[in-house]
Write a protein that binds this ligand. Structure first.
Ligand SMILES: Nc1ncnc2c1ncn2[C@@H]1O[C@H](COP(=O)(O)OP(=O)(O)OP(=O)(O)O)[C@@H](O)[C@H]1O
Ligand SMILES: [Mg+2]
Length: 277
């Protein structure tokens, strides 16, 4: 899926009336099948950008086009169908605690299925092989029939990523997919994610705190700072001085602060954006 964002500004839904925009006048184009990492210090607007692209947040100014269509000019039904073609994986996947992993993974397919198939699959999951394959790519194949609330934070994060692969999405929007993973798992997860997106020709936009990982696995890097585009460059041109400028006053984040742990409570509030799935 092709993305065109022109002069877009956006506010966090919970922002106070006089709060500055979380994203200001951001313009970018992403070609179909491209893979882009978004980096920048905490509060830079990375998640807000993903929510805009996921059509979960309406731009306050500017315009968004996905495959040449303005989502906000579509009818309700067409917008719903468009949302079915993209997948937003939030940093803390809002997985129902008592559900089996298999059901949770296959729930990602709901927008593509008939109502009858969807309801039936809640009780008798179909497509188990598909869920199994997706989980295996993130090395959690053995958790197929486990309950979600019996998974560790890192396992839950990998199940959230497997859920993306079980969909037929043409645009993956992935928010901090590695935050609960150790370096080896993080490396495996990012390889699986970029590999799967490449195989199906899907566009991938991922926010990453691991700058080194972003540079190693993504051909294009977008630097965000204070809600604005600081740079948009091929990874090979992102130099240490540029990174220092981007993370100025937040150099601890650049130098690899310990990964933020996922909350153990599965009831953690879901980001508003997940309501689109
Ligand atoms: N829960 C909230 N309530 C009000 N405003 C918020 C909230 N979350 C974010 N914002 C505003 O939106 C801005 C951008 O936040 P966003 O979550 O997009 O940043 P981020 O780059 O994803 O940060 P992080 O790396 O910490 O996830 C923040 O600086 C803040 O002003
Ligand atoms: Mg964020």
């Amino acid at each position: 899926m092709k993305i065109l964002l022109e002069n877009c500004s956006g506010y966090h839904p919970a922002a106070r009336a006089n709060a500055p925009a979380a994203l200001r006048s951001v313009s970018l184009q992403v070609a179909s099948g491209e893979q882009v990492a978004v980096i920048g210090p905490s509060g830079a607007g990375k998640t807000t950008l993903l929510h805009l692209l996921a059509c979960a947040l309406k731009p306050a100014q500017g315009s968004l086009q996905l495959d040449g269509r303005d989502p906000w000019a579509l009818s309700r039904g067409d917008l719903q169908r468009l949302r079915g073609e993209l997948f937003l994986a939030p940093q803390v996947p809002p997985l129902p605690p008592r559900q089996r992993v298999v059901t949770t993974v296959l729930a990602g397919r709901l927008p593509h299925e008939s109502l009858w198939t969807s309801v039936r699959s809640l009780f008798y999951p179909t497509g188990i092989a598909l869920a199994d394959q997706a989980l295996a790519r993130f090395d959690v194949g053995d958790k197929l029939f486990e309950r979600v609330d019996r998974l560790s934070g890192g396992e839950r994060q990998r199940v959230g990523l497997a859920r993306a692969l079980a969909t037929q999405a043409r645009l993956f929007l992935v928010d901090e997919p590695l935050s609960a993973l150790d370096p080896t798992r993080a490396q495996q997860a990012i390889e699986s994610l970029t590999g799967a997106a490449h195989e199906r020709g899907a566009t991938l936009v991922a926010t990453l705190h691991h700058v080194e990982m972003a540079l190693r696995h993504f051909p294009r890097i977008i630097g965000l700072r204070d809600g604005e585009l600081a740079f948009d460059l091929p990874a090979a041109l992102v130099t240490p001085p540029l990174l220092h400028q981007l993370y100025e006053q937040h150099l601890d984040e650049l130098n690899g602060a310990p990964p933020a742990a996922l909350p153990d409570a599965p009831e953690a509030p879901a980001p508003a954006a997940m309501h689109c799935r």
